[in-house]
Design a protein around this ligand. Structure first.
Ligand code: HEM
Length: 427
C-alpha cells in the first residue's frame, strides 16, 4: 500500500460560507503564531491521523488557527500538548463550553445544547439527572440488546462476503441502539439516519444542515408533547418528566438534552467503528492477534479510541491569561487538538505505535474534565461488541480491491468503506 500525502501549513481557503468576508486576526495574536495545519485533510494512509504528527512536532505548542467554523468565529487558539489540553478541559474557571454544538442557531433557535453548553455548577445538575442512564450498570443491562442489534446486521451480509462497513454497519447500529435507549420507534431508523447524515456530513452546505436540524426538531417536539401527556418507556420520556432540584424542566431544557444526546452519540460511534475496521482490513495481522486473543478486545478498543480521535473540543476563554507565555484573551476560543495530544510522547511511549498493552491509556478521545463524555461506557461497550462479533463471525477481511479508502480524520471519517472476505472460510 503506497503511503503518500502532502504536508504543508497552507493558508486557509477563502470564501467559506458563513464566515466574515474579511478574516480578522486579533491584534494580540503574534504573526509568528498563525498556522493552518492539515487538520481534517483527506488521505489514504494506513493511519490517517499520522499527517498530524508534524503539527505536534513542528508547530509551537500554542498557535492561532485562522480557520473558522460556519457561524461561529474567525479563528481559534489551538493547544497540542497533553498537559495544556488537560488544563483546558479541567480548568472550568478559565474555559467555558458556552456555544458548543450550536446547530440550533442555524434554524434560528437559541436554547443551549445540554449538558454540553453550560458550565459548572449548573452543568452538574443535568449530569445528575442523566448519569443513571449511562452508568456502567445501566449500560451492562443494554448488552443483550446491543449484541442482538449487531448480529441482526451481520446476518444480512455474512454470507455475501462483502459489506460497506461504514454505510451498512457502523452508520446503522448506533442509531438502532439509540432509538431503543430513547424509546423512539425503530420505524424511524431511515429518517434518523437521513437527518443525522445531513447535519454531520454536509460540511459547509448550510441548507442541508438546516434541513436535518429542523426535521429532527419536528419529530422530537411531537414525541415530547405526546410523552408529556402519556409517559412511555425510555430516556426521552424520562427527561420530559425529569426534575432538577425539585422543579420540572423547561421545554428548552428538554429539547436541548434530547437533541444533544442524539448529535453526540451516533456519528461518533459510527466513525470510530469504521476507522477501526479500516485499520484491521489494512493490517490483517491485527485481526489475527485479536482472533487468537479476544480477551484483548477491551484494550484494543481503548487503543483504537486513542489513535483515532474523531472530536477536537473547543472552549470559550473566560479571562485574560497566559498559556506557555502566550497571551490569551477573554472572548477568544481555544481548541483542544486531541489529534495531537493523544500522540504526545511525554504521556505515551511510542505514541504512533498501535499497542494493546499500554499500562495506562488516558487519552482525550472522550475528552476530560467535567464534560467528559457522558456516553463513554455505552460507546466502549458498543465498540467492543461490534469488534468482537465482527471478528467472531466474519473471516479474515480486506478492502475490496480498487475501492477508495480515503478518509478524512475527524467525525466525517468515511461515508463508504467496502470490505470483502471469503464466506466459505471459517472465522
Ligand atoms: C466513540 C464514541 C464517542 C466519542 C468519541 C465521544 C466523544 C465525546 C467528547 C470528546 C465529548 C466532550 C465534548 C467537549 O467537551 O466539548 C463528549 C461529550 C458528550 N458525549 Fe460523547 N462520545 C461518544 C459517544 C457518545 C454516546 C454513545 C453518547 C450518548 C448516547 C454520548 C453523549 C455525550 C454527551 C451527552 C456529552 C456531553 C457531556 C457533558 O457535557 O457533560 N457520547 N463525547
Amino acid at each position: 500500500m503506497s503511503e503518500q500525502a502532502s504536508h504543508t501549513y497552507a493558508p486557509p481557503p477563502a470564501g467559506l460560507p458563513g464566515l466574515s468576508s474579511e478574516r480578522k486576526i486579533p491584534t494580540h495574536v503574534p504573526e509568528g503564531l498563525v498556522f493552518d495545519p492539515p487538520f481534517e485533510v483527506a488521505n489514504a494512509l494506513t493511519d490517517p491521523f499520522s499527517l498530524n504528527k508534524k503539527t505536534y512536532e513542528e508547530l509551537p505548542p500554542v498557535f492561532w488557527w485562522p480557520r473558522a467554523r460556519p457561524g461561529r468565529f474567525d479563528g481559534t487558539w489551538v493547544v497540542t500538548h497533553y498537559d495544556d489540553i488537560r488544563n483546558v478541559y479541567q480548568k472550568e474557571e478559565l474555559y467555558s463550553t458556552e456555544g458548543t454544538a450550536n446547530f440550533q442557531s442555524l434554524v434560528g433557535e437559541t436554547w443551549p445544547m445540554l449538558p454540553i453548553a453550560v458550565d459548572p455548577p449548573e452543568h452538574g445538575k443535568y449530569r445528575i439527572l442523566l448519569n443513571p442512564w449511562f452508568s456502567p450498570k445501566a449500560v451492562a443491562a443494554m448488552e443483550t440488546n446491543i449484541r442482538t442489534t449487531i448480529n441482526d446486521l451481520i446476518d444480512g451480509f455474512q454470507d455475501k462476503g462483502e459489506v460497506d462497513v461504514a454505510y451498512d454497519f457502523g452508520r446503522v447500529y448506533p442509531v438502532r441502539v439509540f432509538l431503543d435507549l430513547m424509546g423512539f420507534p425503530q420505524e424511524k431508523l431511515d429518517e434518523f439516519l437521513d437527518w443525522g447524515y445531513s447535519i454531520l456530513h454536509s460540511r459547509y452546505k448550510i441548507e442541508k444542515i438546516q434541513y436535518g436540524v429542523s426535521s429532527a426538531l419536528v419529530f422530537l417536539r411531537d414525541f415530547i408533547a405526546k410523552a408529556r401527556e402519556n409517559p412511555v418507556e425510555g430516556l426521552a420520556s424520562y427527561i420530559v418528566h425529569g426534575k432538577i432540584e425539585g422543579r420540572a424542566l423547561t421545554d428548552d431544557e428538554v429539547i436541548g438534552m434530547v437533541f444533544f444526546l442524539w448529535v453526540a452519540g451516533l456519528d461518533t460511534v459510527a466513525a470510530n467503528t469504521t476507522l477501526m475496521m479500516r485499520r484491521l482490513a489494512l493490517e490483517p495481522e491485527i485481526q489475527a492477534t485479536l482472533r487468537a486473543k479476544p480477551e484483548l478486545i477491551p484494550d484494543a478498543v481503548e487503543e483504537f479510541l486513542r489513535v483515532q480521535p474523531v472530536v477536537n473540543s473547543s472552549r470559550l476563554v473566560k479571562e485574560d491569561h497566559e498559556v506557555r507565555g502566550v497571551q490569551i484573551k477573554k472572548g477568544d476560543h481555544i481548541l483542544c487538538y486531541n489529534i495531537a495530544g493523544n500522540f504526545d510522547d511525554e504521556e505515551f511511549d511510542n505514541p504512533w505505535e498501535l499497542r494493546f498493552d499500554r499500562p495506562s491509556n488516558r487519552h482525550f478521545s472522550l475528552a476530560g474534565g467535567p464534560h467528559r463524555c457522558l456516553g463513554s461506557h455505552l460507546a466502549r461497550r458498543e465498540l467492543r461488541i461490534a469488534l468482537g462479533e465482527f471478528l467472531r463471525r466474519i473471516p479474515t477481511f480486506s478492502l475490496k480491491p480498487g475501492v477508495d479508502h480515503t478518509v478524512t480524520p475527524g467525525l466525517v471519517a468515511t461515508p463508504h468503506l467496502h470490505l470483502v472476505w471469503d464466506p466459505k472460510q471459517k472465522p
